[in-house]
Every structure is written in structure tokens, then in C-alpha cells.
Design a protein around this ligand. Structure first.
Ligand SMILES: [Fe+2]
Length: 258
């Protein structure tokens, strides 16, 4: 779901919490479409509409134990990356969204504008990491074998010449990324596979299916690989969850929980 959609889906719920201190049970609110010449009569005459309860964004649990991606990603990195970095994105996203709803409620446009960057950065950080964790799996599992994704590997081979050529093209792209960002394998609506990058925590927002995103922030590798980004990228191919990537490619994967 597009993040902007999430905002508007959850907006009534935020408002329900602001106006109903007893909890997130559905409440009624005045319809903004009813306009009369008297504010006092409007409140009395306006029809009531039910709104949905608020749900905050949550840190998803890892689908494996912290140490299970070793030797390719250390337990220490995984603990910091998931429990500290991802959690910070979630917490700051929830705070920004709550502040944004309050700003909307009082038509404070300046405050709404000021919050956009925080929503984009932390919302993107949450979305990107929620996609990233299940894209990995412990080495040695059947899911970590590329032959667990026969349709995807066939498409990659057809498009890039060979599986190795795909990995090399992706690696070149990842290593060329300046500063922090993400590398992506996506499938377009025309079933074309594309490689791309985004800066910082910008998520993929256009109408494509994300097959794989690789975190190229220093927090993802520096404690183990220092400045050797190439070895981080080479190693990560041993812990890719090809089974999930195949499901994302053929459209059978469950939507990523946010
Ligand atoms: Fe990260």
C-alpha cells in the first residue's frame, strides 16, 4: 500500500483517538460535507459517521534468530540494525503521523509541511526494512538456493544473459551508490525486471512489484565489513530467500505487513 494511502486510511482513526479518550472503539464524527449558516445548529444537525480505530505501526519480528545469518551478517549487526535502527524509524514515524493528524485537525498547514520530511524518511525506513528482513534467510536452507526460484531465475537469465551477469550488474549498481541508500530489483507491470537505486530511505513508490531490496546503509555492514562494501554484497547472495522472491515475482507472496 502506498504510504500516502496509509495516511488517509488512518486519519479518521487518529481523530477518533484524539476525541475519544476511552479508547479506539469506533466513534461518530461530524461530516465535513454538511455546511449550514450557523455553527451551533451544524453540530446539532450534522449526520454522524463511524470511523475506524487507530493502529500504530509496529516493529515486525525477524523471521530468524539474530545469529542465523552468520557468517555473512553478524549477530551484532542484526541486533543493532533491527532492534535499534528499524525501531527508531517506527517510533519516529508514529510520532510524525500523530503530529501530522493534530496539525490537520487545526488546519496548521505550516506544521503539516514541516512534517513531510520526517514522514517520508521514517516511513520509508520502515517500509524498506520490513521488505528487507524476510528477503533474507539462514544460509544452507533450501530457500537460500537459487533453484528455489525457477521462474525468477529463468526471467533474470533471459533478461541479463545469465544469473551471474545479473548479480554482477546489480553489484556494480550497488557499489556505485554514493552515500546511503537501497538497491532494488523490481518487476514492472509489463513483467520487465529492472534494477534501480533510491537514496537515503526513499522507498519504491511507483506501480511496480518489489522483488528484492538491499540495504546499502553503513549500519547494515560496517561493523563487520568496514568499508568493504563489495564483500558485503558478495556475501549477501548466500542468504537471499529465493523462495520468497519467487512468490513476489509470480504474485503469490502475502503483502508485506506494516
Ligand atoms: Fe538499514
Amino acid at each position: 500500500m502506498q504510504f500516502s494511502s496509509l495516511l488517509f486510511v488512518q486519519l479518521p482513526a487518529f481523530l477518533s483517538n484524539l476525541t475519544n479518550p476511552s479508547g479506539p472503539t469506533p466513534i461518530v464524527a461530524s461530516s465535513p460535507s454538511i455546511v449550514t449558516s450557523s455553527a451551533s445548529t451544524m453540530a446539532a444537525e450534522a449526520p454522524k459517521v463511524a470511523v475506524a480505530p487507530l493502529e500504530k505501526y509496529m516493529l515486525p519480528p525477524l523471521p530468524y534468530k539474530y545469529h542465523e545469518l552468520e557468517p555473512y551478517i553478524s549477530e551484532q549487526i542484526m541486533k543493532l540494525h533491527h532492534d535499534k535502527h528499524h525501531r527508531a524509524y517506527v517510533d519516529k514515524l508514529n510520532a510524525a503521523m500523530e503530529a501530522h493528524v493534530k496539525a490537520l485537525a487545526v488546519s496548521d498547514v505550516k506544521a503539516q509541511i514541516e512534517l513531510q520530511q520526517a514522514i517520508k524518511f521514517n516511513g520509508g525506513g520502515h517500509i524498506n526494512h520490513a521488505l528487507f528482513w524476510p528477503s533474507l534467510c539462514p544460509p544452507g536452507l533450501l530457500a537460500s538456493e537459487p533453484n528455489s526460484a525457477p521462474l525468477l531465475i529463468e526471467a533474470l537469465t533471459a533478461q541479463f544473459g545469465s544469473f551471474d551477469a545479473f548479480k554482477e550488474r546489480f553489484k556494480v549498481l550497488l557499489l556505485a551508490l554514493q552515500g546511503s541508500g537501497w538497491g532494488w530489483l523490481v518487476k514492472t507491470q509489463r513483467n520487465v525486471l529492472e534494477l534501480r537505486t533510491t537514496k537515503d530511505q526513499d522507498p519504491v513508490t511507483d506501480d511496480v512489484s518489489v522483488i528484492l531490496g538491499i540495504d546499502m546503509w553503513e549500519h547494515a555492514y560496517y561493523l563487520q565489513y568496514w568499508n568493504d562494501k563489495a564483500s558485503y554484497v558478495d556475501g549477501i547472495w548466500n542468504i537471499i530467500n529465493w523462495e520468497l522472491l519467487e512468490a513476489r515475482y509470480d504474485g503469490t507472496a502475502a503483502p508485506t505487513a506494516l
